[in-house]
Design a protein around this ligand. Structure first.
Ligand code: ZN
Ligand code: ZN
Ligand code: ZN
Ligand code: ZN
Length: 155
């Protein structure tokens, strides 16, 4: 906005000079406020754009949207390669990396989705890589050898 010099009321050296006469020139005050602003820039940015705050950390600006859960997330909590948020990424099937996991393989502990696992018994799942070599895999895990029963039953 252009302010013509004439628009500024020229103080007749009475009331307005008294207001600033406390010994604090105006410019240093403004500078101090600006410094405080930039110091809390992150917080101010968050407050200004409350609808776009990362739903994982709640602090940074959300600039991405998760392709699975739809959360708005910040740069740090987004996996660009997969297009998903860190929460979904942590829950992703560790075999295919494409679907959300439903369980963990009882043998290797990997997170697995329905497509990448075999349910031996209700609540007992193994990932397909383990399942394919179950007798071999279980020969190294005697405490899980009881699982062999379940494959034999199926075949
Ligand atoms: Zn975040
Ligand atoms: Zn997500
Ligand atoms: Zn999978
Ligand atoms: Zn496994």
């Amino acid at each position: 906005m252009l302010t013509k010099r004439t628009a500024v009321p020229v103080a007749p050296s009475t009331s307005s000079t008294q207001r600033v006469s406390s010994g604090h020139p105006i410019i240093p005050c403004v500078t101090r406020i600006k410094t405080q602003y930039s110091r809390h820039e992150d917080r101010l940015e968050t407050l200004r754009t409350q609808d776009k705050v990362c739903e994982v950390c709640g602090k940074r600006l959300a600039i991405h949207k998760c392709g699975i859960c739809g959360r708005n997330v910040c740069e740090k909590h987004f996996d660009k390669r997969k297009g998903i948020c860190s929460v979904c990424s942590d829950l992703m099937c560790q075999v295919c990396g494409k679907r959300l996991s439903v369980d963990a393989c009882i043998v290797c502990g990997r997170l697995i989705c329905r497509s990448c696992s075999v349910e031996l018994q209700p609540g007992i799942r193994v990932c397909t890589p383990c399942y394919e070599n179950l007798p071999e895999v279980l020969s190294e895990r005697p405490e899980l050898s009881y699982l062999l029963r379940y494959i034999r039953k199926r075949h």
